[in-house]
Write a protein that binds this ligand. Structure first.
Ligand code: PEP
Ligand code: MG
Length: 753
């Protein structure tokens, strides 16, 4: 039955429009369950009625005509209860209504299940038997599983224009709601940037030409092998032999005949290469996992890693440089840094990310570039959207697909107003970030890409408060050598000298994977990340520190920042490595100044254990993105729980305030470099906390400066006090938003001027 279900879901997903999708769903379910009839009802958002949209087995004349008010009929009962309802005989239930159009009443046993997407009932799927044999738990389980899966697929179909016109009347869903990523509005054309990072995310798809798929797989194998060998050579001497031999092991696994045979078999059965690879890897993993020998069992991990690497290569075409529309909106499951970097900056109008939440890395990058972004849209079929026009509102997380001319006109107006606002902000360039009662705030830029340098310089910052050194690593296919790193760091340090540049050491793992350094973990956000990786791979950290220090020679504007620190011992260990590099440079006759060594406060343990860390660190920088993630126990990239992630939650604010107060008492410099600093609402609150060093993306600095120049510190303190007594993040945002509106800054927190 599971196989049948998979088939139904695939067919529904591939259906050309909503009508076809529902037809596949009801026919598939009727057949799989062997029932007399199946029917699908959808909620008409214009009047909240349930409308019979499709049936197999009941009178089709009723389609579109049966409309049930909320709570009406046994179908309404399923909707109301939001859980399956099984009845021995539907026709004797007090809520039962015969079809008004056809008078159909020959119903026996009834089973209905709601189709719920993101907590919202989209519709109800029902099945009937003519006799009165009640549906059993197996059938109930099947229908619930089917509706759970269909809901996601239907939500996607409903969001498309062809999905909407099938509904009998009303404007229906005119937009898809996601979560706000980066502020701003944009009108543009969709370019699919879907690259599946995980094999399990690869959908079934039929191969148009098996030969093409076979060749694609062969080419991927050759390319990955060549790359692994080259990476291995580059890392010769840098990695311990045990780690180094992995490159050879992987190269062998990639070329393994049994893998190729399995892949080709699946391709010849009709699958496209990525899905064939997915199945072949699953099979091989299962073989290894069943082995007695523990070492062989561990190989399963290597096979998965190799599978992922091959998968990336198979999708290399979608990554190749190409002509991008003038106003490109990148849409993908995950939109990686590499995908974003492919699009010329002047053509990139917006980013839509189906996964990822408000503070995933895509958002950090979108903000750095000043491009609006909407996240967590769930299950839209990216490839199908390619070429469609969209309007995105990054302030409230809304996406309009093939919008009506009136929507386009309205957003064009908002876009013009935004441009006018940006021009107004330009005028603040040479003015200090000073509150109306005379407090000076130092605003620093967050950077990570060489392309950030220019915009960061243009907005006039006090320096760089966070250089995310992993970004250049993420854009490459293998580890950069020390001299390549030197070049990159030198450009950054030179561009800002004599202003300080805080360079964070490699923060990989968690939501920042490197394709060429796979880390497979069930719980990667609580696992091998940041400093934890660096201390176990001192050769990587040593090379990086050496490159940073050499790059600072003669400029002396470098500070080093350690990510994901939780214990003082980690800072001590990093300092030992820093000393080692200083000694080595001294021996080489390179004279450099010892850089201050700082600690990111992003793990609750570090934040609340700040006193002990203060003995080891020269300064602190609060990373509210991860801190919020760990305080709220919400994976910052997971759209299912995105709504629970909010850096304005009063408890999060209290934790930040604790760190600021304690650092000030201990006389340790403290700044804040998470996205909270770039959020106008956050800036007000941080001002109230007495923070006077803020670091945010270059594109948000002018707005933050405007906030600071429009408000007094005393007022910010008062607002913070009120915010801390509020029940939740929503209340905090409303409070500060209206305070911003009052001082004429409404344009910062919504679309338009
Ligand atoms: C943070 O966690 O707040 C931070 C600034 O680091 P990143 O977003 O790069 O993890
Ligand atoms: Mg972080």
């Amino acid at each position: 039955m599971i196989e049948q279900l998979r088939l139904i879901v695939t067919r529904v997903a591939e259906a050309a429009d909503l009508g076809a999708a529902l037809e596949c769903a009801v026919q598939g379910v009727r057949e799989a369950m062997g029932v007399a009839a199946c029917a699908a009802y959808l909620v008409d958002p214009s009047d909240d009625y349930l409308v019979l949209m499709e049936t197999d087995g009941l009178d089709r004349k009723a389609i579109g005509k049966v409309r049930l008010a909320p709570g009406e009929g046994v179908v309404g009962l399923v909707r109301e209860r939001r859980e399956p309802v099984a009845l021995e005989d539907a026709s004797v239930h007090p809520r039962f209504r015969p079809f008004p159009v056809t008078g159909e009443k020959r119903f026996g046993a009834f089973l209905g299940a709601p189709m719920i997407h993101r907590g919202k009932v989209l519709g109800v799927l029902i099945v009937f038997r003519r006799n009165r044999r009640r549906f059993g738990t197996r059938q109930e389980d099947f229908l619930v599983t089917a509706t759970a899966q269909l809901a996601g697929v239907l939500a996607m179909t409903l969001a498309r224009p062809d999905g909407r016109i099938q509904l009998p009347r009303g404007p229906q869903a005119t937009y898809v709601q996601g979560v706000p990523g980066a502020p701003g509005v944009a009108i543009g054309e969709v370019v699919a940037a879907s690259v599946f990072a995980e094999l399990d995310a690869v959908p079934d798809r039929t191969a148009a030409d098996t030969e093409v798929e076979v060749t694609a797989f062969r080419e991927a194998v050759t390319a990955v092998q060549a790359e692994l060998i080259a990476s291995g050579e580059r890392m010769q001497g840098l990695l311990p032999s045990e780690a180094h031999s992995l490159f050879e092991v992987y190269a062998l696994l990639v070329g393994d005949e049994s893998l190729a045979t399995r892949v080709f078999e699946r391709i010849h059965e009709g699958l496209w290469a990525p899905a064939a690879l997915r199945d072949a890897i699953r099979e091989l993993v299962a073989v290894f996992e069943a082995m007695e020998d523990e070492r062989l069992r561990a190989r399963a991990e290597d096979i998965r890693a190799v599978g992922r690497r091959l998968l990336l290569e198979l999708q290399v075409d979608s990554r190749a440089p190409r002509e991008f529309p003038e106003r490109t909106v990148l849409v993908g499951d995950e939109v990686s840094l590499a995908r974003i970097a492919d699009v010329p900056r002047e053509r990139l109008a917006g980013i839509i990310c189906l996964r990822g939440s408000v503070l995933s890395h895509t958002v950090v990058i979108a903000r750095a570039l000043g491009v609006p972004a909407v996240m967590g849209l769930g299950d839209l079929a990216t490839e199908r959207l390619a070429g469609h026009s969209v309007v995105i509102d990054g302030y409230i997380g809304r996406v309009f697909i093939d919008p009506a001319p009136a929507v386009v006109a309205e957003f064009a107006r908002l876009e013009r107003e935004e441009e006018a606002l940006t021009a107004e902000l330009e005028a603040l360039r040479d003015l200090p970030a000073e509150t109306t009662d005379g407090t000076r705030i130092l605003l620093y830029a967050n950077t990570g890409l060489v392309s950030d340098i220019e915009p960061s310089l243009r907005v006039e910052s006090a320096g760089v408060g966070l250089y995310r050194s992993e970004f250049p690593f993420m854009l490459r296919e293998s580890f950069p050598s020390e001299s390549e790193q030197y070049e990159t760091y030198r450009r950054m340090l030179e561009a800002f000298a004599p202003r300080p540049v805080v360079m964070r050491t490699l923060d990989i793992g968690g939501d920042k994977p490197l394709a060429y350094f796979p880390i497979e973990e069930t719980n990667s956000l609580l696992g091998w990340r940041g400093i934890r990786v660096a201390l176990q791979h001192p050769e990587i950290l040593l090379a990086q520190l050496k490159a940073m220090l050499r790059a600072s020679a003669g400029l002396d504007n470098l500070s080093v920042l350690l990510p994901m620190v939780s214990q003082p011992s980690e800072v001590r260990a990093a300092r030992v490595l820093l000393d080692q590099v200083l000694d080595a440079l001294d021996e080489e006759g390179v004279s450099v100044v010892r850089p201050p060594l700082g600690v990111m406060l992003e793990v609750p343990l570090a934040l609340f254990g700040l006193d002990a860390l203060a003995r080891e660190a020269d300064f602190f920088s609060i990373g509210t993105n991860d801190l919020t993630q760990y305080l709220t126990a919400v994976d910052r990239g997971n759209p299912r729980v995105a709504h629970l992630y909010n850096h304005l939650a009063p408890a999060v604010l209290r934790a930040i305030k604790h760190a600021v107060d304690r650092a000030h008492q201990l006389d340790k410099p403290v700044s804040l470099c998470g996205e909270l600093a770039g959020d106008p609402v956050g800036a007000v609150l941080l001002l109230g906390m007495g923070l006077d060093h803020l670091s945010a993306s270059a594109s948000s600095l002018p707005r933050i400066k405007w906030v600071i120049r429009s408000i007094s510190r005393a007022h910010a303190v008062e607002l913070l006090e009120r915010a801390l007594s509020l029940p939740d993040a929503g209340a905090v945002r409303s409070l500060i938003n209206s305070a911003l509106e009052d001082v004429g800054l409404g344009g910062l927190v919504r679309a338009g001027r």
